[in-house]
Design a protein around this ligand. Structure first.
Ligand code: NYM
Ligand code: MG
Length: 215
């Protein structure tokens, strides 16, 4: 109706190391939500479609080299360039299901072990971005991840790096995260994921405010 303010959508995030099943779960969740009449969109970071995203894509595919600090800031800038759109979508009632975000940004850079680029440094450029209403961290052991077949061809897709990435995620973990055992059938995981997402959607409809990282 005219003048009616739409209830805001929820910002639902999936995080985890590579091959944990995030993308599959995120995609399925969008379809399930839509089927239930919850307007939802799939987002992912990096967004390789923007000018900055293209530079990130080149770096990940080892077509270019960049200083570790510079690429970290570029990943963060790739979120800042989409911040206004993200906020507009949420405010208009769209639920955003996101595949990776600032937590991946910090986990991967900190995992490099570069002097000076510790978690605190990594978080700084992310402060002030929208904070997810739900964060599902898909947890899978390195052994179980290996059983899913080899890693891809991109930078960071090595067992050593993934071990360090998992350690950074552990170090960042906060009480409000939902830790999901990713070593189960996709359907079973989706049931749990859907419950968590619907609860976030409900809270946002009821007026839950959008918070900011890391405040
Ligand atoms: N990655 C992703 C980062 O290093 N920093 C970030 O801020 C984000 C969002 O990019 N190995 C890394 C994690 C992944 C890689 O992501 C590409 P995907 O989801 O595999 O396309
Ligand atoms: Mg990948």
């Amino acid at each position: 109706a005219a003048g009616k303010v739409a209830a805001r959508g929820a910002f639902v995030l999936f995080e985890g190391a590579d091959r944990c099943g995030k993308s599959t779960q995120a995609m399925r969740l969008v379809h399930t939500l839509e089927a239930r009449g919850v307007e939802a969109e799939l987002w992912r970071y990096p967004d390789r479609a923007t000018a900055m995203g293209k530079m990130i894509d080149q770096y990940l595919r080892s077509k270019s080299e960049m200083e570790d600090g510079a690429i970290h800031l570029l990943f963060a800038a790739n979120r800042w360039e989409k911040k206004a759109l993200m906020e507009r979508k949420l405010a208009s009632g769209v639920t955003l299901v996101c595949d990776r975000y600032s937590y991946s940004g910090c986990a991967f850079t900190a995992a490099k072990g570069v002097d000076g680029l510790d978690l605190e440094w990594c978080r700084a450029p992310e402060v002030g971005l929208p904070r997810p209403d739900a964060l599902m961290y898909l947890e899978l052991s390195l052994e179980d991840a290996a059983k899913r077949g080899g890693f891809g061809e991109e930078r960071y897709e090595t067992t050593e790096m993934q071990r360090a990435v998992k350690a950074s995620f552990e170090a960042m973990r906060e009480d409000w995260w939902d830790v999901i055992d990713a070593n189960r059938e996709p359907d079973v995981i989706q049931d749990e994921v859907l419950r968590i997402a619907l609860s976030a959607v409900e809270k946002c409809r009821a007026g839950r405010e959008l918070k900011r990282l890391w405040q």
